[in-house]
Design a protein around this ligand. Structure first.
Ligand SMILES: [Zn+2]
Ligand SMILES: [Zn+2]
Length: 241
């Protein structure tokens, strides 16, 4: 069915995470000394439900900044603004800074090193000193605990944090055109001017239109609509006509 294309992406979300975890552990086996493998894998398991953190770990083990072959032993979030977080990734002998969003992770340099002004501006820092003010010594960095125990809520369906965009296909995402449920409403057909959405190219084009219109990020008051418990589109159409 037409509608299953977008929701199909979310159905396999946990399988995607499992695949990502396997991939990271494979990279770990190549990247770190034998003696550090167990600790490195334990950290991956600890964040097994955090897609952003897993993307961050994957990026680290694939690229190994400074060619240091070391396990990650701690992950810390320094600050977050408009869906982009500044993370510190502590390894056995050093620490790195990463910018992390739902789209992925980018290595910025060593922790406590200098950052470009335009990078600092991402989090509203006017200069290096403002960033330094929130930077504690590497040994005092605290573990990232995520949305459940942390300060922010996570989307119950796709796991993004408050203020972030849902993964496309998430049942909780609100449609910016009709304010209904984006994975169920008919706006994508109207916007794309097609009768069916059944390929990647259409999904990408829809994402562009959606982004241009302005996606609605996750807020804690948004709750998932469960298919079958609400009236459903067809019935609502009948009511209106
Ligand atoms: Zn979501
Ligand atoms: Zn809509």
């Amino acid at each position: 069915m037409l509608r299953s294309t977008i929701s199909g992406n979310i159905m396999s979300a946990s399988q995607q995470l499992d695949k990502l975890i396997k991939e990271i552990k494979l990279f770990i086996r190549y990247a770190v000394p034998e003696s550090e493998i167990a600790e490195a894998c334990a950290l991956v398991d600890r964040y097994r439900n955090h897609r952003r953190i897993l993307n961050l770990l994957r990026e680290y083990y694939v690229a190994l900044p400074d060619a240091r072959e070391e396990a990650v032993i701690r992950i810390t979030e320094l600050v977050q603004r408009q869906g982009v977080a500044l993370f510190v990734l502590t390894t056995t002998s050093t620490a790195h800074l990463y910018a992390v969003s739902v789209d992925g992770a980018v290595w910025l340099g060593e922790y406590l090193g200098e950052l470009d002004p335009e990078i600092l501006a991402l989090w509203g820092f006017t200069d290096q000193e403002e960033l330094s003010n929130i930077c504690v010594p590497t040994t005092d960095l605290e573990d990232y605990v995520g949305g459940a125990k942390g300060k922010r809520d996570e989307c119950p369906a796709c796991g993004v944090e408050e203020g972030e965009y849902h993964f496309l296909g998430c049942l909780v995402e609100v449609c910016p055109w009709c304010e209904g449920q984006l994975s169920k409403c008919n706006c994508r057909f109207e916007q794309l001017e097609v009768d069916a959405v059944d390929n990647e190219e259409q999904l990408e084009r829809f994402l562009d239109l959606l982004t241009a219109k302005g996606r609605i990020p996750f807020q804690r008051h948004q709750a998932p609509f469960y298919p079958g418990t609400s009236g459903g589109l067809d019935r609502e159409d009948e009511k209106e006509s």
